[in-house]
Design a protein around this ligand. Structure first.
Ligand code: IMP
Ligand code: MG
Length: 448
């Protein structure tokens, strides 16, 4: 069977902890979208590993697959693999031949385009990893795929077509003087050809490339369990998120099928678990109706939650914006993904506050909405209709993790019950602290 783990908000819901826990019951951990814009920390046998591309399961001896829906920066890939090997691990990672390659010019263009957009408030606050420009080239049918790196003639031909266009874009549209800039190599066909051909040779020498759909379906037929590890979250999905302040892929559950080649009937016949942070955090730009930024006391509260929850970007180190839980956003996520269960993280971070609110609904020009409007302009005009909850006290959360659900303070249980009822899905796990074992696990989706 398959279990798909999806972010139900804006990314950084703490998916990694659940992927770690449930990934232990899987044989293969698969990423189906995104690239090295993701980021999470895995602790294994007392050692901490920071990964942004390699699926975390690879640290634990599982096969890690980067599906065709991913965009792969080979430099990051090999850096992460080399680091893991230096630490004595032997990761088994396979890459879809249909996955697209992030090239140096994608990163350069990501940076200069964000800069240009910032004058008009359109910048998404990207991670600068070249994600958007790579997906653009994929859709524009001028991308370079992992399989192309294995065939020097094809690679050369593709570069000769794409690079002059990219150079013209950088120079004419954005005014970058490529030759005298620090980025001359990023637009140099010969340099790119040699570098990426060498990556192709290494991928081939280590037998890392696969036809992902075939590889994964064979695994399923042989009785293996697959865990799909979504990166980012539903509200930054390019189709279902707050466009244009989104990433350029589909973190939602449908992406697991399209981005891996495993049939939608198979993914849909498995479990889809939404990961929920007990409040909101956001690294990018754009509106955020429940944001805590209106008054000094709200900002103080946001500072407190940010510090306590460690709300700083894993990839970029940026401080995250903070808000109350946004229920219309969660209802939207539950519908778009079809959650069979949820996990709620970080309830410990809210402990000890004087007040706890959630945005239960939105008020848009006097009309009450229970789910997100489809345009970001309408969303930006939504005021949250707050519902307050009795706060819960600070407790010894390691003890709670050891004792289980009944040890969770009653008021926190009421908060969890409310969330579960509103999204109409049972709670499989509750995160009560940053450590991997600080999770109260109620159910295992692989045993549903
Ligand atoms: P990009 O994915 O780098 O193109 O960035 C597009 C938007 O998605 C920006 O608002 C980023 O802050 C956001 N984003 C990308 N990856 C993550 C992530 O892993 N967690 C949270 N936000 C992300
Ligand atoms: Mg993250």
């Amino acid at each position: 069977m398959t279990v798909t783990i999806v972010g139900s908000q804006l990314g950084d819901e703490g998916k990694g902890a659940l992927v770690d826990i449930w990934g232990g019951d899987s044989d293969v951990v698969v990423r189906y979208q995104g690239g090295d814009n993701a980021g999470h920390t895995v602790v294994h046998d007392g050692t901490e590993y920071k990964l942004s591309l390699v699926p975390s399961g690879a640290v634990r001896g599982k096969i890690g697959v980067l599906g065709n829906g991913c965009v792969v920066n080979p430099e990051t890939l090999f850096d992460e693999l080399d680091t893991l090997r230096d630490q004595g691990l032997d990761p088994d990672v396979r890459i879809a031949r249909r996955a697209h390659v992030i090239l140096p010019y994608h990163r350069v263009i990501d940076g200069i385009e964000e800069e240009a957009k910032s004058d008009d408030d359109l910048a998404a606050g990207t991670t600068g990893r070249g994600i958007g420009p790579t997906y653009e080239d994929k859709a524009g049918r001028r991308g370079i795929r992992i399989g192309d790196l294995l065939d020097p003639d094809v690679l050369r031909e593709r570069l000769e077509y794409a690079v002059p266009q990219k150079r013209t874009l950088a120079e004419e549209a954005y005014g970058l003087d490529v030759a005298t800039s620090d980025h001359a190599d990023a637009f140099d066909i010969d340099h790119l050809f040699e570098t990426y051909r060498a990556y192709g040779e290494r991928l081939a020498a280590e037998s890392m490339t696969v036809n992902a759909g075939e590889f994964l379906t064979d695994k399923l037929d042989a009785g293996d369990e697959l865990l799909f590890e979504g990166a980012q979250g539903t509200s930054i999905d390019i189709d279902h998120g707050i466009y244009p302040y989104v990433t350029s892929s589909n973190p939602t559950a449908g992406g697991a099928a399209v981005g891996s080649g495993v049939a939608p009937t198979v993914v849909g016949g498995g479990e889809v678990v939404g990961i929920v942070k007990a409040y909101l955090s956001r690294v990018g730009t754009g509106p955020l109706p429940t944001e805590l930024d209106g008054t000094d006391s709200e900002e103080e509260l946001a500072d407190f939650i940010r510090e306590k929850g460690g709300e700083f970007g894993t990839v970029t180190g940026r401080p995250r914006r903070i808000g109350w839980l946004d229920m219309p956003m969660l209802r939207h996520a539950a519908r778009a993904n079809g959650f069979t269960g949820i996990a709620v993280n970080h309830i410990d971070v809210l402990a000890g506050l004087d007040e706890i609110n959630v945005g239960h609904a939105y008020d848009l020009d006097g009309e009450e909405l229970l789910t997100m409007p489809a345009t970001t302009e309408r969303w930006s005009r939504c005021d949250p209709v707050l519902r307050s909850f009795e706060p819960w006290e600070e407790v010894d959360w390691s003890a709670v993790a050891a004792e289980g659900y009944d040890a969770i303070p009653d008021n926190a249980q009421a908060y969890l019950d409310y969330i579960s009822a509103e999204v109409d899905a049972p709670i499989y796990a509750i995160g009560v602290g940053p450590g991997r074992d600080e999770t109260v696990v109620l159910d295992n989706p692989f045993e549903q």
